[in-house]
Design a protein around this ligand. Structure first.
Ligand SMILES: C[S@@+](CC[C@H](N)C(=O)[O-])C[C@H]1O[C@@H](n2cnc3c(N)ncnc32)[C@H](O)[C@@H]1O
Ligand code: SF4
Length: 370
């Protein structure tokens, strides 16, 4: 389903597209920069805050653009260091954005490193068997303005906790495109959004601190490798053989490992930086010594970092998280071969952390209330 909003979101405009709209109205070129400065540096939340613009121009802007296409309906803080934001779009669709805080020695939580996990679609069409985001299929793609708006919402929230030292600073340290949806299936909106996030007139956020995660759309991985902005890449592998991967990821049929691995290699050779292999550990499915050995070989071949993620259980799905001893045994096979590996500790399990769960739960509650 495609959603065509009444007005485009200002957060989806680039400096050039905004300048072109303003030119049609007879405004000088520098106005576009002024307006975007209000949005991304001064973080204005209402048109009337843009006090160096004339009243008629502000009125025209309000008639022409939506200032913020995503509103916060729920902000949940977990007992650990993960906050989950549930945002509502103009068609009432719900999306999730997550703030993951990594405390640093000697400073409080407010000064911890922050990674923001953003969504690119409402739902997902890839139908991975373990994932809550894909349970109800794909509802629609997000547009670039909706992707950027998630980060601005985080900026507003974080600025209220910890004022920025300088206007040009973003309010977080890393972006991972690992929320709801398959980012490379919404390629053009993704690239436009990340271009806005990266631009000096936007959030001015370095491409090297942005990681795009994909279930493995091979042609799009190759296209991403050619983008001038060097984003980082993470691959949701979850199976080290076609047999195991094919059981849980339908995408493996079109793009089996024999096609995926050379594409990842081409990407990392082009960028000269490590790709990350995401591997969810699911009990009795992919947590065996044989899978660990095969994953080790793939990681060594690709010079990749491996992120082991103990599965977050999803209501209604049969998959289980293995015990800690089994997780460690799996990780040891990789560590022994000097593969760069992290075994992720639990983050946000108490706030429906498995991506897409909070949205599904809230939609169910809404239906029941209706
Ligand atoms: C939700 S996906 C979004 C990005 C992209 N579609 C992908 O698959 O890489 C981000 C990561 O979350 C993982 N994930 C999904 N459901 C999970 C769960 N229940 N527990 C742990 N990780 C999960 C995915 O496998 C993937 O590695
Ligand atoms: S893991 Fe990624 S690709 Fe698979 S259903 Fe979930 S969001 Fe979609």
């Amino acid at each position: 389903m495609k959603f065509t909003p009444e007005k485009p979101a200002l957060t989806g405009e680039t400096l050039d597209t905004l300048a072109a709209r303003l030119r049609e109205r007879g405004e000088p070129a520098f106005r576009a920069k002024q307006i975007l400065e209000w949005v991304y540096k001064k973080r204005a939340r209402a048109w009337d805050e843009m006090t160096n613009l004339s009243r008629p121009l502000r009125a025209w802007l309000a008639d022409t653009f939506e200032l913020m296409p995503a509103s916060l309906v729920l902000g949940r803080e977990s007992a650990d260091v993960t906050d989950k934001l549930l945002l509502e779009l103009r068609d009432r669709s719900l999306i999730e954005t997550v703030i993951i805080r990594a405390p640093q020695d000697g400073v409080g939580l407010d000064h911890s490193r922050k990674t923001i996990c953003i969504s690119t679609q409402v739902g997902c069409a890839m139908a991975c068997a373990f994932c809550a985001s894909g349970l109800a299929g794909l509802k629609r793609d997000l547009d670039a303005g909706e992707i950027v708006a998630q980060l601005l919402q985080v900026c507003h929230r974080e600025d209220a906790r910890t004022p920025r030292a300088r206007a040009e600073l973003a309010s977080f340290d890393n972006i991972v495109v690992m929320g709801m949806g398959e980012p490379l299936a919404n390629y053009d909106a993704l690239i436009r959004a990340l271009t806005i996030v990266n631009a000096p007139w936007g959030l001015g956020f370095g491409a090297r601190r942005i990681t795009v995660s994909t279930s493995g759309l091979v042609p799009k991985i190759l296209r991403l490798a050619d983008e001038p902005l060097g984003f980082r890449l993470a691959i949701s592998l979850h199976g080290a053989t076609d047999e195991v991967r094919g059981k849980i990821m339908p995408v493996n049929k079109a793009w089996p490992l024999a096609k995926l691995i050379p594409a990842v290699k081409a990407f990392s050779e082009k960028h000269g930086r490590m790709v990350t292999l995401e591997f969810i550990l699911i009990e009795d499915l992919n947590d065996t010594p044989d899978q660990a050995e095969k994953l080790r070989d793939i990681a060594l071949d690709l010079h990749a970092h491996v992120n082991l993620i103990p599965y977050n259980t999803v209501e209604g799905l049969p998959w289980k998280r293995p015990g800690v001893a089994r997780q460690e045994r799996f990780a040891d096979v990789l560590r022994d071969a000097r593969v760069s590996v992290t075994l992720r500790r639990e983050k946000g399990h108490d706030i429906d952390a498995a991506c897409g769960q909070l949205r599904l739960k809230t939609e169910k509650e809404r239906e029941a209330a209706a």
